[in-house]
Write a protein that binds this ligand. Structure first.
Ligand code: ADP
Ligand code: MG
Length: 483
């Protein structure tokens, strides 16, 4: 065994299935449907005499993705044919981009403390292939062409990633960005976001690039991380034994937590790329570019930082609330409707309430969240001391089915608490007069007796007084008795 230390070198290829209504080059619906071969037009299976026409949404989504990842946008790029023969590709070629992808030279900063920069080599437009269905219990393979021609964007990084954890963080960031942009639903289990990992190892602190392998079939971030851990260990063993890693494509098997060879270098494809003669160049005119740029939403990273700086939220709160765009939108909408208090106080109250109480309704599909202005009204009552925190939750539960204002509901449910000092002071005075022994105990240093006195005032108010106000008033009066 040698004592060489190795480091990993990782580059990722991420495929995003786009949320367009129709396919990349033909008019049938791009949406996933269960019934096989029901969304298949002549163009997507390559009938002779058909002509593809590029869906302009695909170009718009590519530009959005490129701008969000710091890429340069090519004003004129080529759609090329990439040839290979496989039953799920009836045309015998896939329309893709080769030498001049629409987006290039971008960068993504990982959202952790070291702020590692991962360069993005390219993002290009391509179409998806169909689906082969093998595992039906017999020896036949069935073909479903619904997915033929569904638009994809493929993002390719430079080999800048150094650990499985960073690879996972990168994919998490990309998934969050495409969801913010509304261009892909980011669902890895269903295959709308797919990732292939290229990995090699080298002695630490060297900058050589050794032979890489490519791992496919990674349908979750956890699998990506596990597969990389496994493959890195395997390669280190190979080099340590004095052998050489072979260039090959390997398949991750989640059941055995291992990879196996899918194809070796000798079987590498020659794709015979050439410009598709049926398609004109993709042109992104400067006015189109500007229109897309100005229509872009604030990205998760910027939004997280703004929540920290402008609203004084903690890093944890900011990250949690910006995880999904619609949750961040909801939160900001609530805060915008809270006018009675300072911005930072309103923000903190809204953040706490949403994270502890309302998040389920926001993230569960099918749930119908209470309108933000009504939540704001509820939180104002809470901040004004009219509702205890448990009462606020009770009122909130009713608001889900009752359209009335929270104040009205709280009153009907007898949950409104009194924090008006002019109402509470006479009760405090009466309790202090009536319970002299406890007052003496307090003045003698037994401060725990305050709980007893608070209880008496609460009882006097029939449970309606705000306990925080009661405590403050009691302490103030007791301390005044010392002098
Ligand atoms: P190929 O021609 O094999 O497709 P590319 O240059 O297109 O290779 O790169 C594909 C992916 O592999 C990219 O994400 C790139 O960063 C990554 N990559 C390239 N060389 C290496 C290497 N030696 N080790 C790890 N990853 C690599
Ligand atoms: Mg490649």
């Amino acid at each position: 065994m040698s004592d060489v230390k190795y480091e990993a070198v990782i580059g990722l290829e991420v495929h995003c299935q786009l949320l367009t209504d129709s396919k990349a080059f033909s008019p049938e619906a791009a949406m996933f449907v269960l019934e096989p071969n029901t969304q298949v037009d002549f163009v997507s299976v390559g009938y002779p005499g058909t002509l593809p026409v590029l869906n302009r949404r695909v170009v718009e989504y590519a530009v959005r993705f490129g701008l969000a990842t710091g890429c340069s946008i090519r004003s004129r790029s080529t759609l090329a044919r990439k040839h290979y023969f496989y039953p799920d590709l009836p045309k015998g070629y896939q329309i893709s981009q080769y030498e001049d992808p629409i987006c290039y030279d971008g960068e993504l900063v990982l959202p952790e403390e070291e702020q590692k920069r991962i360069r993005i080599k390219r993002i290009h437009i391509e179409e998806d292939a169909g689906k082969s269905i093998h595992d039906r219990g017999d020896r036949n393979t069935l073909l479903d062409f619904n997915r033929c021609g569904v638009p994809l964007l493929e993002l390719v990084t430079e080999p800048d990633i150094r650990s499985p954890a960073d690879a996972a963080a990168f994919v998490r960031s990309i998934r969050q960005i495409v969801r913010y942009l509304g261009i892909c639903d980011g669902n890895m289990e269903e295959g709308s976001l797919r990732c292939d990992a290229n990995v090699s190892v080298r002695p630490s602190n060297s900058d050589e690039l050794r032979t890489k392998t490519e791992i496919k079939n990674l349908n979750s971030i956890r699998h990506l991380e596990q597969a990389l851990e496994h493959e890195i260990a395997r390669q280190i063993n190979v080099w340590s034994a004095g052998e050489a890693v072979q260039q090959e494509t390997r398949l991750w098997n989640p059941d055995s937590s291992s990879t196996r060879v899918m194809r070796s270098k000798e079987m590498a494809h020659d794709y015979r790329y050439f410009p598709d003669p049926d398609l004109p160049p993709v042109v992104v005119a400067s006015d189109m570019l500007e229109a897309i740029r100005s229509g872009m939403c604030e990205l998760p990273d910027a939004r997280r930082r703004r929540f920290g700086q402008r609203l004084a939220l903690s890093d944890y709160d900011s990250a949690l609330l910006t995880e999904e765009k619609h949750v961040a939108d909801y939160f900001e909408n609530v805060v915008d409707h809270m006018e009675g208090h300072e911005l930072e106080i309103s923000a903190k109250a809204a953040a706490n309430f949403i994270m502890s109480t309302a998040l389920n309704d926001l993230t569960n599909e099918g749930a119908d969240p209470v309108a933000p202005d009504r939540v704001a009204a509820l939180l104002e009552l809470r901040l004004d001391g009219d509702l205890s925190s448990s009462a606020a939750i009770e009122v909130f539960e009713c608001m889900k089915t009752d359209p009335r204002l929270p104040g009205e509901l709280a009153e009907e449910m007898s949950l409104l608490q009194v924090s008006d000092v002019s109402v509470i002071v006479p009760l405090v005075d009466a309790v202090l007069t009536e319970h002299r022994p406890q007052v003496e105990q307090y003045l003698g240093g037994k401060h725990g007796v305050i709980g007893f006195l608070i209880g008496k005032v609460m009882k006097q108010s029939a449970g309606a007084a705000d306990p925080t106000v009661v405590r403050e008033l009691l302490i103030r009066k007791l301390e005044a008795l010392r002098t």
